[in-house]
Design a protein around this ligand. Structure first.
Ligand code: SF4
Length: 327
């Protein structure tokens, strides 16, 4: 039997979190439910991942610092020579932890989030004073020449903060920013969103947001992450480039391990397609079921491409499109 070769692994080492963001979609965070794999189970996953040719790990949560063995797990990645991104909301970051993280040869990038242009707005979404600690962490890594990536997830009332956030971060040499609105495009009506005072942007706001963000991309070309918005041209060129590869789909790029061990294709919850329990094995057999799954993903590629004819699409909305096809 041939197995799918994993190059990168997205692992949610816990869903426990010291923040409770209002938009959190995980079992932990606001829902406070949290299965967790053991230290040994995760170390075995890393070893198997390395042995089958894996190269890169996205180490995330929840908040990874909630695990008391977090540095033991990172030591394991270092020993195996697996490069990694470390994702944290930065609330629990102190000088000692920052120094420890920066000491890893394998640390490729520090990932954190900012949820509004001021500490007050940020706190209104996540409930904690982590704005300054996020900035401190970005500054710390920037001075050391280590890349940082900031996810600026904006509630509907804060969409206009995008430029302030970019200004705030534009002096850092090694920092890129992804500005994204909260939640999915078009899943609720304008009235419903208004009546329930929800954080998510309405379809109308989304279009306006895209227009403004395109202008900001031109104004801050070295700062805005280039996966913010995908145009028809970008998507069709990518599909064209890889179309001869039987396994290729736009969304087939990394496999995710969730805290209960579920091995699935994306970062999103409610994913109906689980390959098995990662603590048993991360080997994904390339059998009939697997190819059927790739065909479904390719159908979703087509839908995404069609959408992009009408308007540019934001990366996170792609996930919903794929899940709608898989269900
Ligand atoms: S920091 Fe992340 S995991 Fe924690 S509550 Fe916020 S969105 Fe959820």
């Amino acid at each position: 039997m041939e197995y799918y070769k994993l190059n990168s692994l997205y692992i949610e080492v816990t869903h426990a979190c010291n923040q409770h963001c209002r938009h959190c979609y995980l079992d932990g965070g606001i829902h406070k439910k949290c299965a967790e794999m053991t230290t040994e189970q995760i170390k075995n996953i890393f070893a198997e991942f390395k042995a089958q040719g894996g190269r890169y790990v996205i180490f995330t949560g929840g908040e990874p610092l909630m695990r008391s063995d977090v540095f033991e797990l990172l030591d394991c990645l270092e020993i195996l020579g697996l490069r990694f991104t470390f994702a944290s909301n930065s609330l629990g970051m102190n000088r000692e932890r920052l120094e420890k993280l920066a000491s890893y040869r394998c640390l490729e990038e520090y990932f954190t989030s900012i949820l509004g242009a001021t500490p007050e707005k940020h706190k209104a979404i996540c409930g904690k004073d982590s704005f300054e600690s996020a900035l401190n962490a970005i500054r710390f890594f920037d001075e050391k020449g280590i890349s940082t990536f900031v996810q600026a997830t904006l509630a509907k009332d804060y969409l206009d903060d995008a430029e302030e956030i970019l200004k705030l971060l534009s002096d850092f040499q090694n920092c890129s920013v992804k500005i994204t609105p909260i939640a999915s495009l078009g899943c609720k009506s304008e009235t419903e969103i208004e009546e329930n005072k929800e954080l998510i942007v309405s379809p109308k706001q989304f279009a306006e947001f895209h227009k403004n963000l395109s202008e900001l991309c031109e104004k801050y070309p070295n700062c805005v992450g280039d996966d913010n918005i995908l145009s028809y041209q970008q998507i069709s060129e990518t599909i064209d480039e890889y179309k001869e590869n039987p396994l290729y789909s736009l969304f087939w790029h990394s496999v995710c391990v969730r805290p209960n061990g579920d091995l699935s294709f994306s970062y999103n919850m409610n994913n109906p397609f689980v390959f098995g329990k990662a603590y048993e094995s991360i080997k994904i057999p390339m059998d009939e079921k697997f190819f059927e799954y790739i065909d479904l993903l390719k159908k979703a590629d087509e839908l995404v491409l069609n959408d992009a004819k009408e308007h540019e699409v934001e990366y996170d909305t792609l996930v919903d499109k794929y899940l709608s096809v898989l269900k």
